[in-house]
Design a protein around this ligand. Structure first.
Ligand SMILES: [Fe+2]
Length: 257
């Protein structure tokens, strides 16, 4: 009986040692560590996930700040999960290219995607676009939003779309006509002319020579918890939280550029 018990202990110890060594080997391979860690010793803390030049912008209001138009749970998930994932994946992508690892001018990269190394171009297009689009979106919402833009923007909107109501109608039509996921935008072109356009996925208007003033996220993650499949109800509610002062300032700066 004693022999059998000793054998069992030896077998268990050998198995544990083998497992520990295997884990150690994996850790060493993962971290490129050259420091030996004896089995049973406390292993070094794992390296933090890749960080990079891109960080989350602070949310200008609480998760519930846009209630009841946009519910707190949607804002929290949208910001902490979806937007944060774009930032993390963008940092992972640029970390693979030393010349880009410190670059922080995302706008310039999106304007000239063809200059981004092909190996990470799609990742920058999707995740860089996602980061840029969402960063813009959060700052153009406000708990005190809604109403009409200041005159500096109302005038050109009316000159372009006949009226502010018709501009909103055009946005709703574009949103309802967008198949799958994407964005509806109010943009300026090189001739400083306003228009409404859509982009698929997380593509930025910057990548097609347009400057985005305001964007409506029509991915289902932006509205499904509250509005389910009725995208048009989400758009109708959204107008009540648009910070037209911010959008108008953006328009003014773009017109001076
Ligand atoms: Fe989104």
């Amino acid at each position: 009986m004693l022999t059998t018990r000793r054998q069992a202990i030896k077998t268990l110890a050998a198995a544990t040692l083998g497992t520990s060594l295997a884990q150690f080997s994996t850790q060493a391979a993962d971290t490129n560590s050259s420091v030996l860690v004896m089995p049973g010793a406390t292993p070094a803390a794992p390296e933090p996930p890749p960080t990079g030049p891109y960080t989350m912008p602070p949310l200008p209001y609480g998760y519930g700040g846009l209630e009841p138009m946009i519910d707190a749970q949607t804002v929290e998930l949208h910001y902490t999960k979806h937007h944060a994932a774009y930032v993390a994946k963008l940092n992972e992508a640029v970390a693979k290219v030393p010349s880009l690892a410190k670059k922080t001018n995302l706008e310039e990269m999106l304007k000239n995607l063809s200059a981004v190394p092909e190996s990470i171009r799609t990742a920058v297009r999707n995740n860089g676009g996602g980061h840029y689009n969402h960063s813009l979106m959060w700052q153009t919402f406000s708990p005190h939003g809604g109403g009409f833009p200041p005159g500096d923007l109302t005038m050109p909107i009316c000159n372009t779309f006949v009226s502010f109501e018709k501009f909103r109608d055009e946005c709703v039509t574009a949103a309802n006509g967008l198949f799958g996921s994407g964005w509806v935008w109010l943009v300026l072109d090189h001739a400083k002319k306003l228009s409404v356009m859509t982009t698929p996925n997380q593509d930025s208007p910057l990548s097609v020579g347009k400057y985005p003033l305001f964007g409506i996220d029509v991915w289902e993650h932006a509205y499904y918890l509250k509005y389910h499949n009725v995208r048009s109800d989400y758009i109708s509610a959204l107008w009540n939280v648009v910070d037209w002062v911010v959008v108008t300032k953006r328009y003014g700066l773009a017109m001076q550029a």
